[in-house]
Design a protein around this ligand. Structure first.
Ligand code: GCW
Length: 682
């Protein structure tokens, strides 16, 4: 058993609570199931009662004449509590019910659902309620996940490195071996506690070594991990290389319409399920950034995905096919070539051609997880295709867990974006819930920010991004205030000032980061390769495609119907709104338009002055984040306090670098000084 150093338990640190006497009445639990089927639930409760309440949970098979918890699937509850007959229609297969009620002469708290997975979610919810000191005498909770797929994608490599990882090394792999550690169980607990039900273990860039992960010798090792996560309702998936039949099968082609290729995958899938019965399926990055795919053979993405889907269908497996497809060798000098149009151009024509166990995984924006992008026009365009919204929890372009950049505010905006696909109200969140087009195999995928660092996410406050990802995946309508409030209380306690200040820091941090880096939808301006800025022209002259085209007069790319035509990929009225420089949301002005530096914004300020002001203000506000944190000295665990303080100091230093580099860049481009006479280095 590998020991992955010491680590904390984020929001699952079961610290002593003061309400032992209040909870003592609940130290008995009646288990209406075979113990081993609900062992993870009981272990979690026992662990919590011991550590937080100093109570020893007592199990009972039969009813006792005392108040008690009762845990069991609905089919068991209905045997002992008749009114539960009509609870069936209240919950789906992963939903759960927690009710305080009185029967057999005593008060009981029932935790039930239709499957063992739902009991896991119910137990974590009950523990959370107790930790938040809610009144247990009137619990009446009916919870259902709103989407079927709630997944974490690990860009972990077999050698233990993590692509775009900023929290240490992989907890799954090291030196080309699969590592099995107790930390994985704690990771499964963390994910189950936020309703995650799927993880992809390896990087979507499946290199030669990782291709072998679907070979027997690795599959046998993965079985232990699959069982462990299965205990917590989490299926494991693998990223696969589309050319595996060549690499592993010795075939001369990976053409999806070639019978030998289809047969190879069929046999491979049978082999996988023979070893890992609860395997979830494949994640595929094909025809993208040098990863092989069906295009090589003149086939479509539907040909490729459906061939894999047919192999997986008998096992109820899924193909999750990424829409992150663009020609990374495009010639940037051709002003009609626009990377932003690629996903739509590739996949809109295939709408309705994918099998029902194929899900398209679409990045939230058309480019690549920038601090702000317009919502991908594929949301609202794909009417007959299952969709997963891909969000990046790891902060590749948003500060790499050195900067505090809480992403929940951005994610909420994405979910609330109205695509107008079926008229007003066709919001992204409704599409994902199947309420616009009716497709049911939808969900979320978050690129993991987790590694083997002591706090899992590198920056202690970046845990809030993982927490939030799970919460909005479970309930797309959940209020950000409640999500943040619960996370702070479970992680740092319920001191009023702590809640107030950390809420302020989280809620404002994304906008602050945007201000001192790349406002107005500019994006990029980072170093190629590590994507840690500032580097205003890092990408500007590469074949990867120009991103802002700044010259001495103007900046931005004309993506309107008069330019690259990207705006034409949106439904009315967005097409007209984005097309019109006066109506375009200013947060995205430089994404959609080429704008002269003296363009007057709605505030009356000219563009260039806005850029200067944004960077000066951004630094001032980053400094305020530190002030808010310093006010909590003595109220926060010392080690955590110092870690976050160190990150905030780095963040401020780096924010000043961003401010000075970007402002100097524009001063040199235009020769126009800051109207407030602030120091901009020539
Ligand atoms: O954001 C870019 C990253 C790559 C990543 C790729 C993708 C895993 O720079 O590191 O590769 O996108 O999403 O596939």
């Amino acid at each position: 058993m590998e020991n992955l150093e010491k680590y904390e338990m984020c929001w699952l640190e079961y610290k002593p609570l003061g309400n032992k006497e209040y909870c003592k009445r609940w130290e008995n639990i009646i288990v209406l199931e075979n113990y081993y089927d609900v062992k993870p639930c009981l272990k979690e409760l026992k662990f919590f009662f011991q550590n937080s309440l100093g109570l020893d949970l007592k199990y009972h098979k039969n009813f006792i004449d005392k108040p008690s918890l009762i845990v069991g699937r609905l089919e068991k509850i209905k045997e002992v509590f008749k009114p539960a007959e009509d609870w069936n229609k209240l919950i789906n297969d992963e939903g759960f019910i927690i009710k305080t009620l009185y029967f057999k002469e005593n008060q009981r708290i029932i935790i039930t659902g239709k499957t063992f997975n739902s009991l896991i979610y119910g137990i974590f919810e009950l523990i959370k309620r107790i930790r938040l000191k809610e009144d247990l005498n009137s619990l009446n909770i009916i919870e259902n996940p709103k989407v079927k797929f709630r997944m974490i994608n690990h860009w972990d490599n077999l050698d233990g490195t993590i692509e775009r990882g900023y929290a240490g090394n992989s907890i799954f792999f090291k030196n080309n071996k699969i590592i099995y550690s107790e930390r994985l169980r704690d990771y499964a607990r963390l994910l189950a506690s936020i309703g995650i039900n799927g993880i992809v273990l390896n990087n979507v860039n499946v290199k030669k070594k990782e291709v072998e992960l679907i070979e027997k010798h690795y599959l046998k090792k993965l079985l232990k991990i699959a069982k462990l996560f299965g205990d917590y309702g989490i299926k494991i998936y693998l990223s696969i290389n589309f050319a595996s039949p060549i690499y592993l099968g010795g075939l001369i082609t990976a053409d999806p319409l070639n019978q030998d290729v289809a047969l190879w995958w069929k046999r491979k899938v049978e082999e996988i399920y023979d070893i890992i019965p609860n395997f979830g399926g494949f994640l595929v990055k094909a025809d993208s950034e040098f990863n092989p795919g069906p295009h090589i053979y003149g086939r479509t993405h539907a040909d490729g995905a459906n061939m894999l889907a047919e192999a997986l269908a008998p096992f109820n497996g899924y193909v999750i096919w990424r829409a992150f497809v663009y020609n990374c060798m495009q010639d940037w000098r051709d002003t009609k070539t626009d990377r932003a149009k690629a996903a739509y151009d590739n996949f809109k024509p295939l709408d309705g051609f994918f099998d029902d166990n194929v899900i398209l995984q679409i990045k939230y924006g058309p480019m690549d997880f920038q601090v702000r992008e317009p919502v991908s026009p594929l949301f609202g365009a794909l009417e007959k295709t299952n969709q997963i919204l891909e969000l990046q929890i790891t902060q590749e372009y948003t500060g790499q867990q050195i900067h505090l950049c809480y992403l929940g505010t951005l994610w909420k905006e994405i979910l609330e974006f109205d695509t107008y696909a079926r008229g007003e109200g066709s919001k992204v969140k409704k599409i994902l819930k199947g309420e616009v087009f009716g497709n049911k195999n939808n969900g979320f995928a978050g690129v993991s920010n987790v590694g083997n660092s002591v706090n899992w996410t590198g920056h202690d406050l970046a845990q809030a991004n993982l927490w939030t990802f799970g919460k909005i995946s479970w309930n797309l309508d959940e209020s950000l205030e409640r999500i943040i409030n619960e996370w702070i209380k479970l992680t740092f306690g319920d001191d009023k000032k702590v809640i107030e200040n950390i809420s302020y820091m989280l809620i404002n941090s994304h906008r602050i980061y945007e201000k001192y880096t790349t406002p107005l939808g500019l994006g990029w301006m980072v170093n190629p390769g590590n994507h840690f800025g500032p580097n205003p022209e890092g990408y500007e002259y590469s074949h990867w495609g120009t991103y802002h085209r700044a010259d001495f007069k103007a900046i931005g790319v004309d993506r309107t119907s008069r330019g690259t035509g990207f705006t034409l990929q949106y439904h009315h009225p967005w097409r007209e709104i984005f097309d019109d420089i006066e109506k375009c949301p200013e947060d995205l002005l430089l994404f959609f338009h080429r704008v002269p530096y003296d363009f007057k914004l709605k505030s009356g300020k000219i563009l260039l002055q806005f850029i200067y002001d944004s960077h000066f203000e951004g630094v001032e506000e980053a400094e305020k984040l530190k002030e808010k944190w310093l006010e909590l000295k003595g109220k926060i665990d010392k080690e955590k306090f110092e870690r976050v303080l160190e990150k905030l100091n780095q963040q401020i230093k780096h924010a000043k670098e961003w401010r000075d580099v970007i402002n100097t860049y524009f001063y040199r481009k235009t020769g126009i000084p800051d109207e407030k006479g602030r120091k901009i280095y020539p």
